[in-house]
Design a protein around this ligand. Sequence first.
Ligand code: KIV
Length: 271
Amino acid sequence: MSSYFNTQPDKTLSILDLFAMKQAGEKISCLTAYDASFSQLIDQVGIDVMLVGDSLGMVIQGKKTTVPVSIDEMVYHTQCVVSARRRAFVIADMPFLSYTSADIALSNAARLMQLAGAQMVKMEGVHTEIIKSLVDFGVPVCAHLGLLPQSINQLGAYKVQGKSLHDAEKIAEDAKSIEKAGASLLVLECVPANLATDITNSLKIPVIGIGAGVDCDGQVLVLYDMLGISVGKRPRFCKNFMQTATDIYSAIEGFHLAVKQLKFPASEHSF
Ligand code: KIV
């Protein structure tokens, strides 16, 4: 098993490193990042993956949801993060309605990868034909299942998904479909821990959980939530790592180690 810390700061991780970590049983640590200063700090700690999430709409822009975030804003923040990154693998979110057809998805993914330097793009839902098109053209895709924040106006509330047998089976089937379509990674948000365990064990691609229990191949949190600086109530699945840290670097290090050592999420952060 490799060191938990940043022993090769000049080597940028690739998708192969993330697959190797799944195979070796080493948990993948992931935090959202939106600017160069935090990107540098997160990278120095040795966090494996930085996600330029459209959560920036809420934590940076003060919007109520991720729905208003534009592709221009995603390109801008991805450029900021990539400019200071040395080792971490960088994923950029495709924002709401930026992947309504294969052509639209391709031109927006081109901006995130060519202009901004993302290594992979993430999209919410089961868009297998669009995933196939992107993958055909060499764009690695991270799918996002479970709670889909971009669908908040359809859902009505942010709540745990896959609680009934029917809903759990649907999410498990969707996970198989996105893998078959060529997705290389899956973010699984707010689902019962036992469902996330089954999905993680049934897929070859790494599964990164948020509110999905400790058995996923990795864990992601919104940076501002884990630093305790988000406005409003902290979701149950999140932990404020600043509470036991002396500075921001140590809080991020606390998260990284807790993920690697299977100490986060604990049962009180899971469903
Ligand atoms: O936008 C984001 O930060 C995300 C995470 C919650 C996974 O998609």
